[in-house]
Every structure is written in structure tokens, then in C-alpha cells.
Write a protein that binds this ligand. Structure first.
Ligand code: NAP
Length: 516
């Protein structure tokens, strides 16, 4: 039997008492390691984190915590090679795709280390200026932000075992809130290994960082009123989390990052042959193929003017045809595998479901796998679908196929395009392609209420923009509506989730002692 990975809880490495669940290589089909959380005393582990880890973190200043994040960055950088090996084996990703997760996670942690330095030698924050409460200026109100006295439980998705951990842990630890992470079982190895390296380096106080791998059973039950839970995953599991008694009855604060049917929109002025048109085709293909389309932010719907539909279908298909799919260990391969057989089955099923209302413009089945056995490897070629009647088809607007699949849709005019985009009911990100700054700005504002991020691509930023699906720590991540309604990152805004705001009403002498 393969190695059973340990959990780190209550300041100790502990193995579950069961045989656990196996993690597999999605390309070779071999078993890699096992995870198990059976029999762990979760209540004791959460109490240890809450009491010991929380108290120790809160006693430190933001600058001291920022220095710990910077130290963790160094440890992670020193072990990068091992992380790449785990990612290749467990996630089946090519090097560039592993980098999005591994280096993206380390970069995000480093960004918060730098941001934290600016917060200085204090362990609470003032929120805005003091405000007079009456005629006499002596009695005023000063809002303060103090870290919550609970734990932050992270329940994460399989597609970002590194980035998903650090994009949440960085702002939580900087805020002074201890972290317990439960990675998705399918790809838990990388999360466990990164936590292990950081824990073994002795950077954070005991109880500040814990990891539970394996079943989620009992984790939500262990939450108490001042704890917070941040969930990333499917809408179905999100509904379970939202309705759990911890949230519904014990007032646990919750952040949900769920699935989303993100859009790319080519504006009417970007005719075939224009630079903006080419930028759209390039970005769509990148989004469809990076991590085999297993990105919550990936483009799923592509809206183009009716007159550009055929040209867009051709341009995107021509680029997709060049994508080599297969074993990520082979240098000729550009796109690796899906995470496991279950996801492969789910993507095939989702594709067939959409194909009942859509034409296949580029068929992923035409891609012969490189260096991989189709009977074993969880690899699938990229498929571009097309629907000429964008109003009539309903499935494309509310189905997220979590793989290399996107659908092209024509629109009549900008108002029609915006109405179609909104049928996604709220998304993480929409990208807009055009050349005229005022039209682009107006369109961005039209999309802003239903998208956490609007990524505007014009020829002047062709070489500079950070990518439709790339989540940068400086910018907000999360989206309204079916995207879960959550908010993460956005620089120091992320710290808000881990702090409680309170208004201190007092004499100006007292407020001065607060630093007001
Ligand atoms: P999932 O099946 O919903 O699982 C997410 C996490 O929830 C896993 O850790 C899972 O553990 C855990 N879980 C399952 N049932 C649970 C329960 N009853 N109580 C508590 N936790 C439970 O999602 P996934 O398949 O891993 O991820 C793919 C989905 O995530 C896609 O739809 C994608 O769009 C979305 N996603 C969103 C974002 C974002 O930022 N918005 C980012 C990445 C992915 P097990 O693995 O042990 O079952």
C-alpha cells in the first residue's frame, strides 16, 4: 500500500485510523499516496488552533506576521522542484500549468508579505477617520478592525492545491487568524507537502497552520460562532456549506467561491483581421487549454458580432488544432490531463449535454494523445462549440463544463451582447476586446455589477495584460450571483473577512490613545 499522508492538527502530525482514499496519477493511472482523517479529534484540534494559534498570532504586529509570510515564501521557493514533481504526478499538468498554481501561490504569499509591511507595528487597524457624533467635537466615533478570535477553515477545490491554499492563508495569517486547510481529496498531496515544509521550518507559532486531508466529515461541525469558513468548489457543495447549522444557526461567517460561466466579449468595432479580434482568439484558446480548462475563471462563453461568427470559429479552431494533448512529461505536450476519471466522465457528460443544443466547431476527439494511453489517461482534447441562436439555447448560459470546452455565440448589437452575458447570472470574470477606450470603459461599467472582475484587452496592453483567467492578488477575486457572492484578494481588502469592524464611541482623548 502507498504512503498514508499525515494530518497536522493540534500542533501534531497525526495519521487517520482508516485505510483512507487513494490519490492517483491521472496520466499513468498509478496510485501515489493515501489520505485519511478518520478518528482525528477535530474539536480538540480546532480548539488548539483557536486558543493557542490565535492568541499567539494576535500578539504579533502586522509587520511581524508579514515577516513570517516572507519566511514561508523562502521555504516554499527552496522546495519548488518537489512541488513540480507532485503536480506532474498528481494533477497531470504540464510545467506552465503547474507554475500557475505553484508559483502563483508563492507570488500571492509574497505580495501579502509586502503589503503587510505597510501596516506597521500594530495589531489592529483604524478604519477611516473619527467622526463627530454631535455638536460638541469631544465625543466621536472611530471605527476599528480587529482580528476575529476564531479559526479560518478553508475547504478548497482540487484544481489549485497550492494557489488555493496561499491566496486564502496569506490574508488570514497576516490578519492574525489561524488557518485549518482541508484540500480537495483528489489533489491533496501538494497542499499537504507545502504545509509540511512550512510547519517543519518552525515559522509560525503552534496552532497557526493546520492541514486535514481526507473526508470533510465533521469539519463544519467543529466551527464556532467567531470562526470563519472560506469555501471554494462546486455550487452543490456550496449549498451544503451555506445551509450547515454552523452557518445557519451558529453565525459562522462564510465566503463562497463557486463555479461560474465566464464570458469573453468581442466589441462590434473589432472586425476580423483587427488586433483586438486576434487578441480574443488567442486568449480564448489560452483559457480553454491552461490546466485543461480546469480553472474557475476560464472562458466558457465567447460572444462575437453576428458578422464575425464564422471568422471567429475559424480563428479559434485553427489555434486549438495545434494543441498537443497527453503526457505532461513529454516536452511536445502543451495540455496535460484532467485531475481524475470522475472529472473526465463529468467533462464528457457536460460536453454531450451542451452538444444537444450546440454544433461542434472544433472536436476535441480529433486530438491523438501523445505518449498516453487513452484507456488510462484522463486526457481530453479541447472542443469549441457554437450556437447560432444565442437566445434560444439555455444550457450554455448556465452549465459550467469544468474542462477544455467553450461555446461561441453571435450577438446582434451591444445591448443584446450584454443581455446574453448577464444570463450567466453573475460570474467571476468577463473579458472585453476592442480598441476604443470610451466604448471599452462604458462596457466595463455595464458588466461590473455582475462580475467580480472585468478584464479589458485593447491593443496597447496586448503584451502587458495579465490574462483573463489569471487571478492577481492586487485585484478582487470572486463574483456575485451564481459565482458564490464571495470576495477574496484585492490587496488589503482581503483582510476584511478576517477582521471584525467595531465603532468605538469615546472622547477624543480615548480615541487618540487608539491612534486615531
Ligand atoms: P467540490 O466537489 O464542491 O469540492 C470542493 C471541496 O469541498 C473539496 O475539498 C471537497 O472535499 C469538499 N466537500 C465535498 N463535500 C463536502 C461537504 N458535504 N461538506 C464540506 N466539504 C465538502 O468541488 P471540486 O470538484 O473540488 O472543484 C471544482 C469546482 O470548483 C468547479 O465547479 C470550479 O468552478 C469551482 N472552483 C471555483 C473557484 C473560485 O475561486 N470561484 C476556484 C476553483 C474551483 P473532497 O474532495 O474530499 O470531496
Amino acid at each position: 500500500m502507498t504512503e498514508l499522508l499525515s494530518n497536522f492538527l493540534a500542533g501534531q502530525w497525526q495519521t487517520g485510523s482508516g485505510t483512507g482514499a487513494a490519490l492517483f496519477d491521472p496520466v499513468l493511472g498509478t496510485e501515489l499516496v493515501r489520505v485519511d482523517a478518520t478518528g482525528l479529534d477535530l474539536a480538540a484540534g480546532f480548539a488548539f488552533a483557536r486558543e493557542q494559534g490565535g492568541a499567539a498570532l494576535r500578539a504579533l504586529t502586522y509587520r511581524e506576521r508579514a515577516a513570517m509570510l516572507a519566511a514561508a515564501v523562502k521555504v516554499l521557493q527552496a522546495n519548488r522542484d518537489a512541488y513540480y514533481e507532485i503536480a506532474t504526478a498528481n494533477s497531470g499538468t504540464v510545467k506552465n500549468d503547474s507554475a500557475v498554481d505553484i508559483d502563483g501561490g508563492i507570488f500571492t504569499l509574497g505580495t501579502y508579505a509586502k503589503l503587510g509591511e505597510t501596516l506597521g507595528e500594530r495589531n489592529y487597524m483604524l478604519d477611516g477617520e473619527a467622526a463627530r457624533l454631535g455638536k460638541d467635537p469631544l465625543f466621536q466615533s472611530q471605527h476599528v478592525l480587529v482580528p476575529t478570535r476564531g479559526v479560518a477553515l478553508f475547504i478548497n477545490a482540487f484544481n489549485f492545491p497550492s494557489w488555493g491554499l496561499w491566496e486564502k492563508a496569506a490574508p488570514a495569517l497576516l490578519s492574525g487568524v489561524p488557518v485549518i486547510v482541508k484540500p480537495a481529496t483528489a489533489a491533496a498531496w501538494l497542499t499537504q507537502r507545502m504545509v509540511k515544509d512550512v510547519v517543519d521550518a518552525g515559522i509560525f507559532p503552534p496552532g497557526a497552520l493546520s492541514v486535514v486531508c481526507g473526508s470533510s466529515a465533521g469539519l463544519m461541525d467543529a466551527l464556532q460562532t467567531f470562526d470563519v469558513v472560506s469555501f471554494t468548489g462546486s455550487a452543490e457543495t456550496a449549498a451544503v456549506i451555506r445551509s450547515h447549522p454552523a452557518v445557519a444557526q451558529r453565525f459562522v461567517r462564510v465566503n463562497i467561491e463557486a463555479d461560474s460561466v465566464n464570458s469573453a466579449l468581442l466589441l462590434p468595432d473589432a472586425a476580423p483581421g483587427s488586433e483586438a479580434f486576434d487578441l480574443l482568439a488567442k486568449e480564448v484558446v489560452r483559457e480553454m487549454t491552461v490546466k485543461s480548462g480546469q480553472k474557475c475563471t476560464a472562458i466558457r462563453r465567447i460572444f462575437v458580432p453576428e458578422a464575425s461568427y464564422d471568422a471567429a470559429a475559424q480563428a479559434i479552431s485553427a489555434r486549438l488544432a495545434k494543441t498537443t494533448v497527453g503526457n505532461p512529461r513529454n516536452d511536445a505536450v502543451r495540455m496535460g490531463a484532467l485531475v481524475n476519471r470522475a472529472q473526465l466522465a463529468s467533462v464528457r457528460e457536460g460536453l454531450a449535454y451542451l452538444q444537444q443544443q450546440a454544433l461542434t466547431l472544433h472536436d476535441g476527439a480529433t486530438h491523438t494523445l501523445v505518449d498516453a494511453d487513452p484507456a488510462i489517461a484522463c486526457c481530453i482534447g479541447p472542443s469549441l462549440l457554437g450556437v447560432r441562436d444565442a437566445d434560444g439555447a439555455d444550457r450554455v448560459h448556465d452549465t459550467e463544463v469544468f474542462g477544455p470546452v467553450a461555446t461561441l455565440l453571435p450577438y446582434r448589437d451591444t445591448a443584446h451582447a450584454l443581455a446574453l452575458v448577464r444570463r450567466g447570472q453573475g460570474s467571476l470574470v468577463a473579458s472585453v476586446y476592442g480598441a476604443d477606450p470610451s466604448t471599452l470603459a462604458a462596457t466595463a461599467l455595464q458588466l461590473a455589477d455582475s462580475h467580480g472582475r472585468v478584464h479589458v484587452i485593447s491593443p496597447d496592453v496586448a503584451q502587458l495584460h495579465t490574462g483573463h483567467g489569471n487571478v492577481m492578488p492586487q485585484s478582487l477575486h470572486g463574483g456575485p450571483g451564481r459565482a458564490g457572492g464571495g470576495e477574496e484578494l484585492g490587496g488589503l481588502r482581503a483582510l476584511g473577512f478576517y477582521h471584525r469592524r467595531s465603532a468605538v464611541q469615546a472622547s477624543t482623548a480615548v480615541l487618540a490613545a487608539l491612534g486615531s
